[in-house]
Design a protein. Sequence first.
Length: 640
Amino acid sequence: MSDVVVTLPDGSELDVERGSTVEDVAYEIGSGLGRDTVAGVVDGNLVDKAQPIRSDIELEIVTDQSEEYLDVLRHSAAHVFAQALTRLRPEAKLTIGPWTDEGFYYDIANVDLDESDLEAIEDEAESIIEADLAIERTEYSREEAFETYDDNPYKREILDTEVAGEDPVSFYEQGDFYDLCRGPHVDSTGEIGGFALLEISAAYWRGDEENETLTRVYGTAFESEGELDDYLERRAEAAERDHRKIGREMDLFSISETAGPGLPLYHPNGKRVLDSLSEYARSLNLDAGYEPVETPHLFRTELWKQSGHYDNYVDDMFLLDVDDEEYGLKPMNCPGHAMIFENQSWSYRDLPVRYFEDGTVYRKEQRGELSGLSRTWSFTIDDGHLFVRPDQIAAEIETIMETIFEVMEVVDLDAEIALATRPEKSVGSDELWDQAETQLRDVLDEGGYDYEVEEGDGAFYGPKIDFSFGDALGRVWDGPTVQLDFNMPERLDLQYTGEDNETHRPVMIHRALYGSYGRFFMVLIEHFNGNFPTWLAPEQVRILPVSDDNIEYAESVADELEGFRTSVETRSWTVGRKIRAGHDDRLPYMLIVGGTEEEAGTVSVRDREEREQDGVSVEDFRAHLEAERDEKRTTPDFLD
């Protein structure tokens, strides 16, 4: 049998016999490594240590010291959950149970579960872990596998799809439990140090809303109880910061099933925050030479076909029949901006041309993926599109990135940068893609930026630089983006006249300083725990009269603070109750006015940190508010 070449992480190569397993290679490297091997990463994919090697590969050996070990452990934890569930509820039909970034989930059918059932299942799982059952890989013939699942159509469908043509197929067994699975897994259930079930939700089989609704149980696992306790503590803190909870408390937004899933309704308080973000973005755009435009919410699909969106995005589009002609709600703003550019003739002297729009787009996400403001059907992007000459690309992208970093600093967020390269589903030639990726990489390298490369995560029309940040749950969300596009100008026949009087194609740059306003709002809600900086706060100042006799003076103070989001508390409450309500509403400032303040023409200033200063002139307080707002300070600092 001929040899194959295995390339290791250090670049060294091994010639091994074709059909050797990952574990065999580990033993060839060293007996100690062989004994410690848990799994392998073959060409970027996590696989079982029994995986045979049939061609040249890149291989990384996974041990309990590897970053991937936790994924393997959590995969085994999913099987522990499934074993515990079927012991208690034998009628349950198992479907799939993968690991995730935070733990695992298992989708199940033919059983009704609610949160009250989790404790008993968790107790049973703990007994399985304590039993330290060996987890062993075995193989069944396809015929045996089908017979095993004669009453489980979900597993039979997996046999017909994911493992179609494989014979035999792999199962994993632990005690009285078995499951169709490719692995990998740890050696025994006892390796799971901390185990917890977290929540229950609904999910569609295969993620398709046309299929049956299943029950999804989420859980997590760690190597130790201490790590689990730390995670649960962080999770509890994150639950307190959940944007949906704070959104209700502060009356920021709602999502009505009557109005439609994934269609957020922004209340006055939420709209005030969004307007402040929009005004800031508008000022940055105007200062950078962008011009405002506006495009409609739908176009004939002829445009979407020409731009490439129809072929590459149609499954995510809302399509309409209008007088026997097909239209589509826009999933992106870029074709509309391109049509504006195409509407007139341009010289090389006119470029760059820069447009911006707060454009609402519509994307048909699966219902099971919709969640608060993180994934919605309708959202608004602070979109910008530039039409530039090739020699202008680097300077424009550098300027955009500087502006994005300015935005991140203003809202006190740390962003990570990634270069996203050509996806499998894309348009354009290899030459255009190579050119675009090289230019983005050069900007990042010459700017000295730290960045990751995300292979295959680019847009279908071009590579991009993505900025991302974590939320209160530790999840990572995409935010600002810069995308380089040689394809759409070609597809839409965009032109300018060059210095040589010949026709040339502009290059299109797509950029957003926030990304989706809704998702950015979500991150800010959780990041600030609802305690927005003064310039963003939906209510910036509340004036608290000590008694009804002071209401008229309080209203005169509010008049002097015109231009700020100010209210007067007129309810006949005690001052203490008014202050508590102000703290609950997460106000930056409260001004207390009684007889002493009215007589002196002053106010008593109290901030959200419960610091207080008496005898402050309204003029001085207003001057400070103006500076705090205009300078976009992160926290109220009048009493610093």
